[in-house]
Design a binder for this molecule. Sequence first.
Ligand SMILES: Nc1ncnc2c1ncn2[C@@H]1O[C@H](COP(=O)(O)OP(=O)(O)OP(=O)(O)O)[C@@H](O)[C@H]1O
Length: 205
Amino acid sequence: MKFHLEGVGVAFADRRLFSGLSLTLESGDLTALMGPSGSGKSTLLAILSGLMPPGEGTRRVTGAPPGEQAVSWIFQNSPGLTRRTVLDNVSLGPLSAGATRQQAEDAARSALQLLGLGDLAGTRLFRLSGGERQRAAVARCIASRADLILADEPTASLDARNRALVCQALDAAARNGSVVVVATHDQAVAQACHRVLDLPALAAA
Ligand SMILES: Nc1ncnc2c1ncn2[C@@H]1O[C@H](COP(=O)(O)OP(=O)(O)OP(=O)(O)O)[C@@H](O)[C@H]1O
């Protein structure tokens, strides 16, 4: 599957963010999206997801039936069902993508292993530290095996060890066939990605 942006531009009432931006992302790609604060990284993720129609230009998806791409998000502080177990929370990703309970739990357990949370599967979410909770949110996202995974500053509140685990998990998701895009200010995350797009440079190209 491929996601194409062609000649995309965004302007708000008082400000133009970018214009004439074209790119193609395909299954297996792990891409860092960088640029100064306010350059439009989150806006570009919203356009890629299909949630925000571009003011100018087009978004096209090839290699999938129209409108049938599954999209999954990771945010800086992803919420969860605090009184449910980690396994329940992570299973929600694949369950909402149409998996059976058994398939969802299997996918959740392997994602939890990948993120170093295997021993916490039966623990209620509210008992986890901030870093563990964020890794659980990443596990929920990658367990869903979405076509497109969009991560907006997923490591901003994490230490180096947790950050490395998140990068490994995103890499595994790409190797499983997802298109993965990470908006980040973190050079260590960018180094873990296969490709780095600098938004201002991309818009100027
Ligand atoms: N709906 C909107 N209406 C007006 N301005 C908006 C709207 N959405 C975003 N903006 C502005 O567009 C700019 C880009 O926002 P965006 O969140 O995409 O940047 P970013 O690169 O992700 O920033 P950061 O690194 O700080 O998260 C900001 O100045 C923001 O205030």
